[in-house]
Design a protein around this ligand. Structure first.
Ligand SMILES: NC(=O)c1ccc[n+]([C@@H]2O[C@H](COP(=O)([O-])OP(=O)(O)OC[C@H]3O[C@@H](n4cnc5c(N)ncnc54)[C@H](O)[C@@H]3O)[C@@H](O)[C@H]2O)c1
Length: 252
């Protein structure tokens, strides 16, 4: 059991990648706390988790008071927090010239401000309690490349994930003296509700397959496996890094 005795907060654990991460963590012995606005999905995730003692705490990561409340409750209930996965994220498809401020803010609030609130609250508790923890940020290959198949422009998503890549490095450096490691996972296309529509469209699917050397889409387990490595002591000398999980897309 690679995560025995650890307590992990997984934001957005009520669906897709977050569910895959929560399942892997629980199978490896961690107590998992899901912070999500999706109550039904989070309950379904809880039902799938091995072991006991897991919980769901309804949390909107864009609201600082809700994030502080989540972290405070986790520390009260479990005695500490060793792992945070900033996984909650949203996408919206609007071309740059048509993009309105409100949509820009919504995407940035969830994808970048949420990880800031969560990481700051968790890191402060880790430092207070002397925990040498692990923070994992779920970014995207779209922090590195712009994918605009079939007019699916998402400049705000690209910018928010690019910002999270740099926040990942800045936090890794600042938190290194407290022995808190901070790393990112950059998924390519993973089969989740997030990509459901694209993956149902044969044209979009063939566009994707033309670009993915391993000729399959990713699964939430692929993300869960890497997150488990980054959460565990096996990655004890790794910080500020990004693991790209995309079947080889961005190497071309
Ligand atoms: N699926 C992919 O192909 C893919 C590719 C690259 C990166 N990602 C990233 O992976 C992460 C998870 O995506 P997914 O594919 O599992 O999507 P998903 O839509 O299946 O799940 C996202 C989860 O985040 C939660 N969430 C949304 N806003 C929230 C908020 N304000 N507070 C708390 N929770 C909130 C949702 O309720 C949902 O449970 C995202 O950060 C996404 O950008 C996904």
């Amino acid at each position: 059991m690679r995560l025995a005795g650890k307590v992990a907060i997984v934001t957005g654990g009520g669906s897709g990648n977050g569910r895959g991460i929560a399942q892997k963590f629980a199978a490896e012995g961690a107590k998992v706390v899901i912070g999500d606005i999706n109550e039904g999905g989070s309950q379904e995730t809880l039902n799938l988790l091995k072991g006991n003692g897991h919980s769901f705490m309804r949390t909107d990561v864009t609201k600082k008071e809700e994030v502080d409340n989540l972290v405070g409750q986790v520390v009260d209930k479990y005695g500490g927090v060793h792992i945070l996965v900033n996984n909650a994220g949203i996408v919206a498809f609007t071309p740059f010239l048509e993009l309105e401020e409100e949509e820009w803010d919504r995407v940035f609030d969830v994808n970048l401000k949420g990880p800031f609130f969560c990481s700051q609250a968790v890191a402060r508790e880790m430092i207070r309690l002397g925990i040498h923890g692990s923070i994992i940020n779920i970014t995207s290959v779209e922090a590195m490349i712009v994918v605009s198949s079939s007019g699916h422009c998402q400049p705000h998503y690209n910018a928010s994930k690019g910002g999270l890549e740099m926040l990942n490095k800045a936090m890794a450096l600042e938190l290194s003296s407290a022995k808190i490691r901070v790393n990112a996972i950059a998924p390519g296309v993973v089969e989740t509700p997030f990509t459901e529509n694209a993956l149902k469209n044969p044209q979009a699917m063939s566009w994707i397959m033309d670009r993915v050397p391993l000729k399959r889409v990713g699964q939430p387990q692929d993300i869960g496996n890497a997150a488990c490595f980054l959460a565990s002591d096996e990655s004890d000398y790794i910080t500020g890094a990004t693991i790209v999980i995309d079947g080889g897309w961005v190497i071309q």
